[in-house]
Design a protein around this ligand. Structure first.
Ligand SMILES: Nc1ncnc2c1ncn2[C@@H]1O[C@H](COP(=O)(O)OP(=O)(O)O)[C@@H](O)[C@H]1O
Ligand SMILES: [Mg+2]
Length: 263
């Protein structure tokens, strides 16, 4: 089911501006935010918009369970690679990418990391010499280490019409941000994905559950979820129409603690 994006005009405008700026690239857009706040929703809109622009789009969406799987995200990013691009690489680089994409008999463990990173850079450079490129990573924190190294290596060196759109989950414990760099020093944009307004949460619930909610209940849901659409949806899914009947919480933080077990 395709869900429309609610209440994110400013963010979508920012993503649109970023995509246009790729023509003067390289650029990177970092989407930061807590789990459930709406990063992936915006990220998907960004990739769809890039396709509408006619950009070449390379994407990967690593998961926590894949963090130990070497080069799994590089393989995903290159899944639809035009074989002609690969065939024009110097032989050692082409072979290294064949290994990473599991199209070679050579053992995976023997592949040299710098060689893969250099080959990946060469692919990106060739692609963006032909057409603007968007390389999009959703949930950067779950990249396997070897893929992260190759992406960061290439991002620091590639020049031309290329943009990196990276989403990164922030948590209360770990506010560390990835040290992601591109070749142009002022080419990094930041978008902090914040809470949705009460009206937007209402719209999301109405669209998902096909009904409206009385204002006081909406206020309770908005307060309890602190504008996090995932938490708001889970609250209603779990509590149904009984939401709002229980004792009033003293702070959103308490309720968010309760809700987090559903995340
Ligand atoms: N702006 C929005 N409009 C409609 N639904 C949204 C919006 N933002 C998030 N959602 C919904 O909230 C849930 C969590 O969003 P998601 O983008 O997966 O969050 P994150 O990637 O930050 O964890 C999803 O079900 C998504 O469809
Ligand atoms: Mg997500």
């Amino acid at each position: 089911m395709s869900i429309s994006v609610v209440g994110r005009q400013t963010e979508l405008q920012g993503i649109g501006t970023f995509l246009e700026s790729i023509n003067g690239g390289p650029r990177a857009l970092m989407l930061y935010g807590e789990a459930g706040i709406g990063k992936t929703t915006l990220w998907q809109e960004g990739t769809a918009e890039a396709r509408r622009h006619g950009y070449a789009v390379l994407l990967c969406r690593p998961a926590q369970s894949e963090v130990q799987l070497s080069y799994s995200s590089i393989a995903d990013l290159l899944a639809d690679l035009d074989e002609a691009v690969l065939s024009r690489l110097p032989t050692p680089q082409r072979e290294a990418l064949e290994v990473v994409r599991l199209r070679s008999q050579k053992p995976h463990a023997t592949v040299d990391r710098r060689l893969v990173a250099t080959a990946f850079l060469a692919v990106l450079q060739r692609l963006c010499d032909r057409t603007p490129v968007l390389l999009a990573v959703d949930d950067f924190q779950w990249l396997d280490r070897t893929s992260a190294q190759a992406i960061e290596f290439a991002a620091r060196r590639v020049t031309g019409k290329i943009g990196f759109m990276i989403s990164f989950r922030t948590t209360a414990r770990n506010l560390d941000e990835p040290a992601f760099r591109v070749a142009s020093p002022d080419g990094i944009y930041r978008l902090d994905v914040g809470p949705l307004s009460l009206a937007a949460i209402h719209h999301v619930l109405r669209e998902r559950f096909g009904r409206t909610y009385p204002h006081p209940i909406l206020v309770r849901i908005h307060e309890a979820s602190a504008g996090n659409p995932f938490l708001a949806l889970e609250l209603v899914r779990v509590h149904g129409s009984g939401i709002g009947l229980g004792p009033r919480r003293s702070s959103a933080t308490n309720c968010r603690g309760d809700c987090s077990r559903f995340a």
